[in-house]
Design a protein around this ligand. Sequence first.
Ligand SMILES: *Cc1c(COP(=O)(O)O)cnc(C)c1O
Length: 378
Amino acid sequence: MRPIYLDNHSTTRVDDRVLAAMLPFFTEHYGNAASVTHAYGWEAEAAVTQAREIVAETIGATPEEIIFTSGATEANNLAIKGVAEAYFSQGRHIITVQTEHNAVLDPCRYLESLGFEVTYLNVDRFGLICLAELEKAMREDTILVSVMVANNEIGVIQPIDKIGELCHDRNILFHTDAAQAIGKIPLTVQNVDLMSITGHKLYAPKGIGALYVRRKNPRVQLSAQLHGGGHERGMRSGTLYTPLIVGLGKAIEIADPISEAVQTRQLRDRLWKQLNLDGIHLNGHPTQRLPGNLNISIENVDGQALLLGLQSSIAVSSGSACTAAKIEPSHVLRAIGAPDPLAFASIRFGIGRFNTEEDIDRAANCVRETVQTLRAAS
Ligand SMILES: *Cc1c(COP(=O)(O)O)cnc(C)c1O
């Protein structure tokens, strides 16, 4: 039997309805959406327009504000480097958070190498930023604040509406990485200037995402990072990948962040309840977190042995990563102050649309048995 898939923060299975919507655009309707002289082009263009409208409507944007990209990494790069390049004459200071995804941190570090200054905000033990600290970090020359909606490891949800208000009071642009949040929790761009999304965390394929770029109050200027045919209003050149765009649109159309959240939250709570081992800790916020997220640390067990013991039965990810043969606790667990031994023995569960109660019960049993065996042996 294949391991039970509980790694839905890392990627998800494509939903059959998404796949069905995409298939005709690989074969029959293979036109280039930029071809204006024939029906093949018109069909593709119509499909792209429809997907763009769905994405826009879902987050409260207009279709012209949606730029399709290859995913959230590209959207984050376009937002952060694009704003930095367009606004550097007004200031070279950017604020972000220590617990952001590397697709935000690495563009920021790159900009530091070009002479920009970046403030990396701390978080509290739940993973939340402090709004007063954010306010204190804002300066005359701050051009951009980038704070994610929901964290990909501990699932904590930042107060993006309040962050957006603080930014707007000071004419600072606000970008948010919503890769984990879109379709999972209600989301609007009301107080946001730039928002990154991706398809493959939401049952659409890998390789497609989008960046929302505000056009009014204020109209955000962005320097293109890919130059070419001038697609996507010049902000992102390259022939539009019609099948993937159709898939992203379908995935967002069928997502129901209210009722699906009830289901995944139930499964998550069931898992947490069944894991009642001695010395188990919840990482992150007890309530303000993604419904399908559970991140735990377990005392008195070797983290590596634990993962090894689990890997044939459940597909999960750990809070540590191997870099150059050395095991390092994740930067997120470090930032919330988890002591190293606990950060090493941590497990991230990402529960998704296709998980069942049976999956959860089997996974909980498996973790309990593995921990008990390891503790008995040591
Ligand atoms: C997965 C993820 C990304 C990267 O998205 P891709 O579409 O794989 O490039 C960025 N940010 C967060 C929070 C993510 O979870």
